[in-house]
Design a protein around this ligand. Sequence first.
Ligand code: CO8
Length: 271
Amino acid sequence: MAFGYSMRKTENMEYQNLLIEQKEDIRIITIHRPQDLNALNTELLSELDCAFADASADAETKVVILTGEGKSFVAGADIAQMSAMDAAEAKAFGEFGADVFRRIETMEKVVIAAVNGYALGGGCELAMACDIRLASSKAKIGQPETGLGITPGFNGTQRLPRLVGLGRAKEIILAAETIDAMEAYRIGLFNKVVEPDQLMDAAMDLARKIASRAQLAVRYSKEAMNEGVDGGFEAGMALEANLFALCFATEDQKEGMKAFLEKRPAVFNGK
Ligand code: CO8
């Protein structure tokens, strides 16, 4: 699948709307535009694109956690910016955001969304572009666009039905429904819900678990799942067969199986 990031590193990039932290081999990207509840404008989308490209190129980073500062993960695309757009500008903005999200979704490293609060419109779409969604019990998620006179524009119409089924997706999008964290968990939109002060610990625990696995196997598994969902079962079958075989050319496959037979934990080197 030809998406994800090429190896461009954005050395010394200064972000106006993001905080970047490195904890062990885990990169934490925090969206920080709290005065507007982390609403996504063009500048913030560009910064996200750079920050994920940087995490992708960073050899130390194995897993990325994406979260938001304050009471919101992302309260949607910036309505003030969008309100002045004509159709051509809206198309360009929608396509830019959709491309940024698609690069996040298809990057070779795992991305965990730690949904701390509102994830509405573009925020719901951004969370859905991440591989796994953990949420605070205070989180609220939904697609309010039809109440603003628009459709979702960062591919919510495509990702939501894939995650929760067509009927539920239609209810959420057509009725512009915002649902609470437990309901989102019940329908499979959130993987797990924890108390607000436990959210980052839960995200770190999961990130560490994934980071401890054989990284090529993690990457290939993600790629095969994405391909199957997007390109169909047979395309996914073919890709899985190739990637499965490729694993047998890795040092980590030798180590993983040897460690099992020797009844000891595996020590992977990512090769
Ligand atoms: N855009 C711009 N500003 C926002 C947004 C937003 N999406 N959300 C909140 N803000 C601002 C508010 O205007 C307010 O600013 P100010 O203090 O200057 O008045 C500040 O953030 C705080 O917000 P509230 O006072 O409203 O806070 P509340 O706690 O009362 O309410 C809510 C929180 C419920 C989240 C409320 O702010 C809200 O409903 N926000 C809008 C949610 C929404 O409709 N999101 C969807 C936007 S559309 C979208 O995302 C489309 C994506 C695809 C785009 C494709 C492009 C073509």
